[in-house]
Design a protein around this ligand. Structure first.
Ligand code: NAI
Ligand code: MG
Length: 503
């Protein structure tokens, strides 16, 4: 099942980029960390050192925020027309188009995902997001509002709203889709005229740094996008507690999301949007097209090695079809080819890090200990790389850790149900509410369940369908606010009501 860890090497331009010194992008310049410190990033396919990156901390975050503040308040950025802003964002997308292969290789080496997947999904989605957001730059409008003011009889007014950028935004992103998460965050910020300090994940900083070079090439004014590499507890915490940051947009664990809310509360009550964990129910109703539902269930959990906040990690199947579906998903799991992302035959790469591999295997141990049974997988294979076998668990109970907690690995728990009310109760029995799916041929049943499931996204007869125009985010502890679509534009702007009295 595990492929040899030898894989084709990256193209020359990719390797040259990876090998160069990686610094912080602050005020339009690449500079070392104030402390001079660096940290290493690793290739998760074999644990070897991939690159060395500047270790930004509080002093660097302070510098980056000051640069973002200057760029927001004065200089060319606030003077630009919406059309000029839109054109710059579009230009960035065009530049990215010329580097799809390079981005895919960087993503594969740094994160572990198959290069072909990065080239087909991560990178094109990131490019498309920028183009979508470029279009919004010229369409951010206020309204005119006829007002009544009952205590000012006979007075006449003209009232309207302006939608203005929230200001300096701190953005903290994770490692599961490094480039795409950078795009989801930067796109709406740039379209609305905000300025940014982006803190990328310490596991996977490289693609955002490459993007930083293209941001410069596109001609964004200095200070509009600053990129700080470093650790969460230092650089991330400094950014989220910074008194001159107007908003934090975060994607990552619910645990850190709560720390960010606390940091905002203890400083300047900055606005906060959060895209957090999930434990998404994937539901196969008895009348579903079973082959499609089985393939969909495998994709729901195994895509990106299960390192998706919306992974379909709880698979609910009617008892009459339970064995058949479990067998089907296990058969799909058996077909998966584990290996280095750069190997053309690989369909599932390693976990992003040793820590993540240990975390996922810890859940597998906890599940086994509590009585869950792996019909396939359940272990880490012998390898230098951070692999975990695709796993299907049965015999679970709703109280088990593998049912309640986000595993963030290629591990699905299949759970039988008998009737729809019991199913809805079980599906909603989670602190999370990010995504869900329903497989059925009955249109009404699909719509009814879509209404009853408490989640920010519901897919019917599909899974993992994303688009720049579709709002994505969580109910309950899966987050605050939405990414993408017009909802994201709204969350990077604030409304000003202007009223003038007619004489
Ligand atoms: P994490 O939440 O610690 O890391 C995400 C980002 O937050 C990184 O850039 C990190 O440097 C930063 N960060 C960490 N501590 C911080 C702090 N105190 N203040 C500000 N920023 C901080 O996630 P981690 O440790 O990488 O993964 C742990 C679990 O989180 C995963 O197993 C998974 O369950 C969940 N997760 C969810 C993601 C999602 O897409 N919703 C993405 C990544 C992880
Ligand atoms: Mg963490």
């Amino acid at each position: 099942m595990i492929l040899s860890t030898t894989a084709p090497s990256a193209r020359r331009e990719t390797q040259a980029f990876i090998d160069q010194p990686h610094q912080l992008l602050i005020d339009g310049q690449w500079i070392p960390a104030a402390s001079g410190k660096t940290f290493d990033v690793f290739n998760p396919a074999d644990g070897s050192k991939l690159a060395s990156v500047a270790e930004g901390e509080k002093a660097d975050v302070d510098k980056a925020v000051a640069a973002a503040r200057r760029a927001f308040d004065s200089g060319p950025w606030p003077a630009m027309t919406p059309s000029q802003r839109g054109k710059l964002i579009w230009k960035l997308a065009d530049l990215m188009d010329r580097h799809i292969e390079e981005f895919a290789e960087i993503e594969s080496l740094d994160n572990g995902k198959p290069k072909a997947v990065a080239a087909a999904a991560d990178v094109p989605l990131a490019i498309d997001l920028f183009r979508y957001m470029a279009g919004w730059a010229t369409k951010i409008e206020g309204t005119t509002i006829p007002i009544s003011v009952p205590y000012l009889d006979g007075a006449e007014f003209h009232s309207y709203t302006l939608r203005e950028p929230v200001g300096v935004v701190g953005q903290i992103i994770p490692w599961n889709f490094p480039l795409l998460m950078a795009a989801w965050k930067l796109g709406p910020a740039l379209a609305t005229g905000c300025t940014v300090v982006l803190k990328v994940a310490e596991e996977t900083p490289l693609s955002a740094l490459r993007l930083g070079h293209l941001i410069q090439e596109a001609g964004f004014p200095p200070g509009v996008v600053n990129i700080v590499t470093g650790f969460g507890e230092t650089a991330g915490a400094a950014l989220s507690a910074h008194p001159d940051v107007d908003k934090i947009a975060f994607t990552g664990s619910t645990e850190v999301g709560k720390l960010i809310v606390k940091g905002a509360g203890e400083t300047n009550l900055k606005k906060v949007t959060l895209e957090l964990g999930g434990k998404s129910p994937n539901i196969i109703l008895p009348d579903a097209d079973l082959p499609a539902a089985i393939a969909g269930a495998a994709n729901a959990i195994f895509f990106n090695h299960g390192q998706c906040c919306c992974a379909g990690s709880r698979l609910f199947v009617h008892r009459s079809q339970f064995d058949q579906v479990v067998d089907g998903v296990a058969t799909e799991a058996a077909k998966i080819k584990l290996g280095p992302g750069m190997h053309p035959d690989t369909t599932m790469g390693p976990m992003v890090s040793k820590i993540q591999q240990d975390r996922v295997c810890g859940y597998l141990d906890a599940g086994a200990h509590e009585g869950a049974r792996a019909v396939i997988g359940g272990k880490r294979p012998e390898s230098e790389g951070y692999f975990v076998e695709p796993t299907v668990l049965i015999d679970t109970k709703s109280s088990m850790k593998v049912i309640q907690e986000e595993i963030f690995g290629p591990v699905v728990a299949a759970v039988p149900f008998d009737d729809v009310d019991q199913l809805v109760q079980a599906a909603n029995n989670s602190v999370y509410g990010l995504a869900a799916a329903v497989w059925t041929k009955d249109i009404s049943a699909g719509h009814r369940l879509a209404k009853r499931i408490k989640a920010g996204t519901v897919w019917v007869n599909c899974y993992n369908v994303f688009d720049a125009s579709l709002p994505f985010g969580g109910y309950k502890q899966s987050g605050w606010g939405r990414e993408m679509g017009y909802e994201a534009i709204n969350l990077y702007t604030q409304t000003k009501a202007v009223t003038l009295q007619l004489k």
